[in-house]
Write a protein that binds this ligand. Structure first.
Ligand code: CAA
Length: 241
């Protein structure tokens, strides 16, 4: 029987590429979105992938949302934690709201979603949890104390949960994309991109969402059954860990 995959933030950017790739590989896929209903409905109409709106920073909304997805599609086998936001500012200019929004969505959201699926995965003795962290959680980034802290936190979470769940046949891994051509990059000033980001990428270009999706597909597959607690960098050589 086809495995069921849920991709948060799965209607745009890396998440959309991942949802499409999973579907093309035979998974039954659902995708969540938070705000951009127009993009989400267009995505659903085009791909046939079920989309559901909820805020992953809200624990109770995650409980209800996951229940609805499982009632419609069956138990979730593959959880792709992709949804995330950035609110860049140097710390001396960062507001409490900038900090809270990023931590609540990116880090609390990871707990809120994994907590919903972990018991079922343990009972069924199978699960794949794949979290899209970031190069900036590995190396830090000027203007991203909030985002870098959350993304580094996701890596610690991944390692701890991998240890807890290995004996239940569940693998838990993170992918650290570098700079990928998505809407999130729109917030990066053009001169910063030209002068201080692109020159640091040895492959000389931004990554493509599909290049992250293929890494997710691999980690979700049976072939990756012996990989857990790992961090896979997909960053064009920008940071070698
Ligand atoms: N490195 C070193 N110095 C920097 C810098 C950088 N990246 N950015 C700015 N500075 C310096 C400036 O040169 C300036 O120095 P001087 O005063 O000596 O001239 C000083 O910091 C202040 O600069 P600004 O007035 O431009 O600062 P700002 O507060 O208006 O903006 C910023 C700073 C928000 C960090 C802006 O530079 C920025 O948006 N940078 C991009 C951050 C980034 O890479 N975000 C990643 C988004 S993509 C993503 O998050 C996905 C992912 O996972 C990869």
């Amino acid at each position: 029987m086809a495995r069921v995959a849920l991709v948060t933030g799965g209607t745009r950017g890396i998440g959309a590429a991942t949802a499409r790739a999973l579907k093309a590989s035979g998974y039954v896929v659902a995708a969540t979105y938070a705000g951009n209903a127009e993009a989400a409905h267009a995505f659903q109409a085009e791909t046939g992938i079920t989309v559901q709106r909820w805020d992953i920073s809200d624990f109770d909304a995650c409980t209800l949302g996951v229940k609805a997805v499982e009632a419609a599609l069956g138990p979730i086998d593959v959880m792709v934690n992709n949804a995330g936001i950035a609110r860049d500012a140097a710390l001396h200019k960062m507001t409490r709201e900038h900090w809270d929004a990023v931590i609540r969505t990116n880090l609390d959201g990871l707990f809120n979603m994994c907590r919903q699926v972990i018991e079922g995965m343990r009972e069924r003795k199978f699960g794949r949890i794949i979290t899209i962290s970031s190069i900036n959680g590995q190396k830090g980034q000027f203007g991203q104390t909030n985002y870098s802290a959350a993304k580094a936190g996701e890596l610690g979470f991944t390692k701890a949960l991998a240890l807890e769940t290995a004996r239940f046949g569940i693998t838990v891994n993170a992918i650290c994309p570098g700079y990928i051509h998505t809407d999130m990059l729109d917030a990066v000033p053009a001169d910063v991109m030209e002068k201080s980001i692109l020159p640091q990428i040895p492959l000389g270009r931004l990554g493509r969402p599909e290049e992250i999706a293929r890494a997710v597909l691999f980690l979700a597959s049976e072939d990756a059954g012996f990989i857990t607690g790992s961090t896979l960098s997909v960053n064009g050589g920008q940071y070698l860990s």
